[in-house]
Design a protein around this ligand. Structure first.
Ligand code: FMN
Length: 159
């Protein structure tokens, strides 16, 4: 998939098919995280593939996202927020390219999440195959961009 098409079409999805994400897709998603840039290339993160989804679900704002996901990845460690964002978006875009949808999950109980995952959890991502087919490439990047629920560029750019 073209990079801009992936960026323009990516939407966060919270409804997942009831099956795990295939191991080759899991590895590609994790590798996209590994490849992310970070401040001074410190790579101060670990990617935890969460097995106990039900317990961790109680520590996020939208438990069903985590409970029903086919794959849950917690980004853990001392990475700066900007680095965590880059890493998370890389994982989600790589997943999107594979037909795997995803959603970031705000952490409601950081202490409990840390206890369950084994360290300071910075982001919890839920992934899964979509319940309905996506047909991303049936529309152009420009079309996806025009229909995105986002502020217009004129409201954002100063020059
Ligand atoms: C840091 C962060 C935390 C988020 N937390 C949640 C969350 O707890 N639950 C949820 O359903 N979506 C969560 N989201 C997803 C946002 O709601 C989503 O990015 C936004 O609505 C845009 O969605 P769209 O790309 O589908 O248009 C979070 C996003 C970010 C960046």
């Amino acid at each position: 998939m073209d990079a801009f098409l992936a960026i323009a079409s990516k939407r966060d999805e919270r409804r997942y098919a009831d099956r795990p994400v295939a191991e080759e897709d899991v590895l590609r998603i994790l590798d996209a995280g590994r490849l992310s840039g970070s401040s001074r290339n410190t790579q101060n993160w670990q990617f935890v593939v969460v097995a106990e989804k039900a317990a961790l679900a109680e520590a996020v704002y939208a438990p069903e996202n985590v409970q029903t996901a086919g794959l849950v990845v917690a980004i853990m460690g001392e990475a700066f927020p900007f680095d965590v964002g880059r890493c998370a978006q890389n994982m989600m875009l790589a997943a999107w390219d594979l037909g795997v949808v995803s959603c970031p999950n705000g952490i409601r109980d950081a202490e409990r999440a840390a206890e369950l995952v084994g360290g300071d959890v910075k982001m919890i991502l839920s992934f899964g195959y979509p319940q309905r087919e996506l047909h991303v490439e049936s529309r152009s990047a420009e079309d996806w961009s025009a229909s995105a629920k986002r502020k217009p560029l004129d409201d954002l750019v100063i020059r």
